[in-house]
Design a protein around this ligand. Structure first.
Ligand SMILES: C[S@@+](CC[C@H](N)C(=O)[O-])C[C@H]1O[C@@H](n2cnc3c(N)ncnc32)[C@H](O)[C@@H]1O
Length: 241
């Protein structure tokens, strides 16, 4: 995963972060900010200046910049050293962002239990090639949430139309020279039911939401939105650490 995303960042970081963009322009960050606002609101997350948000798969900071405006602290993690380095450069001068390089297997680079108020992730889980790693991310993210904290994580939809559309999209991009048939791009699909069970075991009550405003030819985005129950007892070991 790291080799793939490092090489993608060197080839065209903006494109692999948000297809359609070829450079990290003002428009690239404006779109990231608008999407951040829309997805947080869609998932029922209220930003707050005294809250900490964990972003899984920050890329070059397209959305991280907006998260840093909305929240007191941001923990931005990514599997790619190259992406993280660009993120640091793009967000230079923002004192409230901490960067973590992770293995991509679902472990959180030392983020501890109950340390964050919000977990946010967009177009990242859908690229993770192992369903087990995605479920480990969910378990560890749920543990990282404090009681009352909220989760807004986008995953690949398993709807048949989304499966067909994403296959066609990957093929079309490949024909234009992008490495979109690699397992680190294609990712794997996790069953919504399995995700909700893993979260429930860690005290997070969540639901699956379909983003209704997707462009016509784009596969449906499925969001996992939820909150950690205040009464859930702390305990257990982080998954896979
Ligand atoms: C398509 S980009 C999206 C970046 C950002 N979320 C955005 O929308 O601007 C996906 C990012 O996730 C990272 N990534 C891919 N697999 C990952 C994994 N298993 N764990 C953490 N980050 C991962 C990639 O390095 C890349 O920076």
């Amino acid at each position: 995963m790291r080799a793939y995303w490092d090489s993608a960042a060197r080839q065209s970081a903006a494109w692999y972060v948000a297809t359609g963009h070829l450079a990290e322009t003002d428009e690239f960050f404006r779109q990231g900010a608008a999407e951040t606002d829309a997805f947080l609101s869609f998932c029922g997350v209220q930003p707050a200046k005294d809250a900490t948000v964990l972003e899984v798969g920050c890329g070059v900071g397209r959305m991280t910049r907006r998260l840093a405006e909305l929240f007191g602290q941001v923990v931005a993690l990514d599997v790619s050293e190259e992406m993280l380095q660009r993120c640091r450069e793009n967000l230079a001068g923002l004192p409230n962002v901490a960067y973590r390089l992770v293995e991509g297997d679902g472990t959180l680079g030392g983020v501890g239990e109950g340390e964050v108020d919000v977990v946010f992730s967009y177009v990242t889980f859908q690229h993770v090639p192992s369903a087990a790693a995605q479920l480990r991310y969910f378990a560890n993210c749920a543990r990282a949430l404090r009681a009352g904290g909220r989760l807004a994580v986008q995953i690949r939809s398993s709807a048949p139309s989304a499966v067909v559309l994403s296959f066609m999209g990957n093929l079309a991009h490949r024909l234009q020279g992008r490495r979109t048939l690699d397992p680190s791009w294609r990712g794997s699909r996790v069953k919504g039911r399995a995700v909700l069970e893993v979260l429930r075991a860690q005290g997070v009550q969540a639901t699956l939401l379909t983003w209704p405003h997707r462009p016509r030819w784009s596969p449906a985005h499925c969001w996992v939105a939820g909150a950690k129950l205040a009464s859930h007892p702390a305990g257990g070991q982080p998954a896979g650490t």
